[in-house]
Design a protein around this ligand. Structure first.
Ligand SMILES: Cc1cc2nc3c(=O)[nH]c(=O)nc-3n(C[C@H](O)[C@H](O)[C@H](O)COP(=O)(O)OP(=O)(O)OC[C@H]3O[C@@H](n4cnc5c(N)ncnc54)[C@H](O)[C@@H]3O)c2cc1C
Length: 428
């Protein structure tokens, strides 16, 4: 039977980087993926230019850019592998890049460059690749069962059976199932008695069902900068980004960002003219102008939006100087604090990431090892979700780096005590 020092399941961002790092530290690593084409999410990321990290990451305050039951969990890994370290790697591979917006770093050329770089790093670490390869069963034998000091994982797959004392799960989340996403990581975790925070689509467009959306459906394609917020008091989050009207609802960076925090059944509040006192501007227009109110409003927001907002209300179909103050103020309020409650999201088909995942209470923030000795979880499969803008890849690199370093230096036998069944647990 084939034996390796570590088996990594999932050859996406986290799995490739972890395998490469572990291999370069001297471990014999097998990297398994069930897809014909690996790292597809890297290929399509950043509009094909891979937004591979973000310079603004603050490892001391991860809650600023990461969502999860315990955003502080990622502090240690983010501090030990920084955006600057990944940029240095990218530069060593001669990959030209640029900063776009709010610290976001993109390749100048296609995202494939990042995949090629990770594959070259894997080659430098002597990593063995099995792909496509379907994992049929994972079993764990406790220490000593195979004459080993530590426990041992056995993987039965359609390419044969392999064993290793360390198993890394880097199978990502549920978003974009057509690119190979699966719930493998969650099932494996549950099989070994680890907790899973209910997964949900995040960084996802929001939808609005029924008649209520009809007046806005005609705005599809309109994009504009907004301030968007959701939640109350300590839960309140706001973003200043671009919003896009779609046929079924709202999208664009503003909505994707807020979607990671939005709770079903609660409203969003949107300011279509951030930084402008719309009530004062309309009041001033009333004092000096006889133009129709839609024309005055169009100096503050895009014409299509002005027409749609005024078009709904008969009392606004007249020159601005004839509109009662109360109606003007109500219009200003609807521009500056439009409240609307989404009916749902576009789901995993359109979600950039999956929030929730392996409960960080069952993982070590230093090593990514779970309470099940020798079993590690990294990347998106963990309950750590970054903002739009390179944060999710940086989490993938940082968690992979922490895991690889730990595997090379720490014996799996020293793991936290297992909370669930440890011997001969199986997953198909
Ligand atoms: C359209 C889109 C654009 C994005 N753009 C960006 C961006 O620009 N910047 C950014 O930071 N993030 C971006 N993201 C998010 C980012 O791609 C992910 O957070 C990141 O890829 C997660 O890395 P991962 O290795 O954990 O998982 P993945 O990259 O999803 O890799 C998981 C791997 O596991 C394999 N796998 C799954 N199940 C099994 C199984 N049962 N057996 C074997 N193998 C399995 C899959 O085939 C896949 O190769 C984007 C996501 C999408 C969908």
């Amino acid at each position: 039977m084939n034996r390796f020092d570590a088996i990594v399941i999932g050859a996406g961002a986290a799995g490739l980087f972890c395998a490469a790092q572990a291999g370069q530290r001297g471990l014999r690593v097998l990297l398994i993926d069930h897809s014909e084409r690996i790292a597809e999410k890297i290929r399509i990321s950043g509009g094909g230019r891979c937004n591979f990290t973000n310079r603004d990451i603050d490892a001391r305050a991860p809650q600023r850019h990461f969502v999860g039951q315990n955003p502080n969990f990622c502090r240690s890994a983010l501090a030990r592998y920084t955006p600057q370290q990944f940029v240095a790697l990218v530069e060593r591979h001669g990959i030209a890049h640029h900063e776009k917006h709010k610290g976001q770093l993109f390749c100048d050329g296609p995202s494939q460059q990042i995949i090629d770089m990770l594959l070259a790093e894997c080659a430098a670490g002597g990593v063995t690749h099995w792909q496509p390869c379907r994992v049929e069963r994972v079993t764990f034998s406790a220490a000593g069962a195979h004459g080993t000091d530590a426990g041992s994982y056995q993987i039965d797959s359609d390419r044969g059976t392999v064993q290793a004392p360390r198993l890394v799960v880097a199978t990502g989340g549920l978003s974009i199932p057509q690119l190979g996403a699966s719930d493998f990581g969650y099932r494996l975790a549950r099989q070994f008695g680890l907790r899973v925070v209910a997964p949900r689509p995040a960084l996802v467009p929001l939808t609005f069902a029924g008649e209520g959306w009809a007046p806005y459906a005609g705005l599809a394609g309109l994009a504009l900068p907004v301030r968007i917020e959701c939640g109350q008091k300590k839960e309140r989050m706001e973003f200043l980004e671009d919003l896009l009207f779609t046929h079924r609802g709202l999208s664009g960076p503003a909505v994707l960002q807020v979607s990671s925090y939005w709770q079903e059944g609660t409203p969003l509040v949107i300011d279509f003219a951030p930084g402008t006192d719309v009530a004062a501007a309309l009041g001033a227009a009333k004092a000096r102008s006889r133009k129709r109110i839609a024309n005055e409003l169009a100096t503050l927001v895009p014409t299509r939006l002005a027409d749609a907002w005024v078009g709904e209300e008969p009392t606004l179909q007249r020159p601005v100087n004839e509109v009662p103050d109360r109606a003007l103020n109500a219009l200003a309020e609807r521009i500056a604090r439009w409240q609307i409650t989404p009916s749902g999201t576009e789901g995993y088909k359109k979600a950039e990431v999956t929030a929730g995942g392996i409960d960080t209470r069952d993982l070590s923030s230093q090593t990514m090892e779970s309470k099940q000795p020798g079993l590690y979880f990294i990347g998106e499969v963990v309950d750590v979700t970054g903002w739009l803008g390179g944060y999710n890849f940086q989490w993938a690199w940082a968690s992979a780096f922490a895991c690889a370093g730990a595997m090379a230096t720490v014996s799996p036998a020293t793991a936290l005590p297992a909370s669930g069944p440890s011997a001969a647990a199986a997953c198909v």
